[in-house]
Design a protein around this ligand. Sequence first.
Ligand code: CP
Length: 319
Amino acid sequence: KKHLLSIDDVTVDDIHALFETAAEMHDVQRRDVKKLPALRGKTVINLFFEDSTRTRSSFEIAGKWLSADVINLSAKGSSTSKGESLRDTVLTVTAMGIDGLVMRHSASGAAQQVAGWLRQESSTIPVINAGDGTHEHPTQALLDAYTLTRRLGSLEGRHIAIVGDLTHSRVFRSGVKCLTKLGAEVTVVAPPTLMPSGITAWSKDAGFATSYDVDAVLPTADAVMMLRVQKERMSGGYFPTAREYTVGYGLTRSRLGLLKEGTPILHPGPMNRGLEIAPEAADAASSAVLDQVSAGVAIRMSVLYHLLAGPSAAATTGE
Ligand code: CP
């Protein structure tokens, strides 16, 4: 049984295979008629218990361009709002005969939990984690790394800075794993209040660097990935204040001058313009933000193809 729950589930060879298929899918995006027959007759459900623009719509487009039938179900408008449990919701939709389950949930570990329940039911439906709390967002990491390889070539030895609200970021947790697997030298930067506890041991073990000083890191970066300040996960208000955050850690117009010419600027979206990223950075010629969105469709086509149809499905991920 195969899932994509975490970047821990994929080997370097799996990532390269996913990128190779994504490159072919990227070419499909440029065609007038985009549909491929690969998943004809298959049904994919997008089960989203947290809001999304990019991930949900790109999984829907990806499934449809592979000729799958795609059903969208969100917490609002489903029986979750009447108190139905996650387990009952999942078992209900899987009993309808779906072939793949894409899910987003605010609880870290939710996708792993669902995969466990399906295993108990002897179900072979693949689960794709589209973001679980502050834990992981593996397809975002894949699309970010794919975008970077298209800009920079091999990531071996390249210095990638990840800057922002690390504490609440599943994008960072999946991203740092994916980029280090591909040989990148990663430095993660945050104010002390948004640096996750336990990161010293993890960074030593995983081989990435940490810093509180964005101005010291940017000049040597080959790419910079800005992260969203996740106000919705800060129930006690946020510290530093918005103004302090921008002054200390935002990719402001003046900080753009610290970057080497043409350094790709990434942001997973949605962006807080004027908080963690200035419009001049988001819209710079070197910005990769919309390339990331476009790569998101190609990567999700690739993931759906490998898990639901592809010859390398057996080599891709597991629990
Ligand atoms: N990057 C990302 O996951 O965006 P959405 O929340 O819009 O899906």
